[in-house]
Design a protein around this ligand. Sequence first.
Ligand code: ZN
Length: 237
Amino acid sequence: MNPWRQLLEVQALDTSLTQLDHREAQLPARAELAAVEDQLAALRAEVVAAEAEKHVIDKDQTRIEDEIASIEDKIASADRQLYSGSSDVKELQALQDEIAALKRRISALEDQELELMEQVEPIDQRLAGLAERRAALDEQAVSLTAGIAEAEADIDRERAEVRSRRDEATAGIDPAALEEYEAVRGRLGGVAVARLEHGSCGACHMKLSAVEHDRILHLGPDEPVRCEDCGRFLVRD
Ligand SMILES: [Zn+2]
């Protein structure tokens, strides 16, 4: 018998499989996840920039603290000399002047350090805000990923069901016809066979010429018929 009638059913199942592939590739959650991942990447770049800014300030702060420590050593040493029992008034005065000058220097450095700490504060606030946004986006990404996995599992189940129906539908079809079906499908956008509907091709929708339509009507029921226009096989009722 004409295998194209059976292949029309196979065609419907193959079209379902194509639609399932398309649905899987085009899951809205996938685009949403990509958008969230873009936002996370931008956020990470912001974090890196803020941390670099903070690092520069931290280094300045360390440098100032080291300088203060070294000045404190100098003060301690001058203090020791001051109380070493010397009675040279000039020398003692010079030491006192030096200590006073060193203390002024420390005070200036401490002011600088305070300024740096004030600069760090808004950066820390920015980092805290970024961490908060990142946590929210991470949460969104996790939930979208779970949603995608669930949708994929649903699609896989549907696909397995359609495939098993396809196996049943292809059983008993002449392998040569099946091969031709696959070849035409490969050439013509996945559709090899369509129904002849009111004298038109169900795939490309071109109306058959009156002569061709008349010819078809007089063919035996098992004679294969092809659309004059797209070349697909046509199944008539
Ligand atoms: Zn056609």
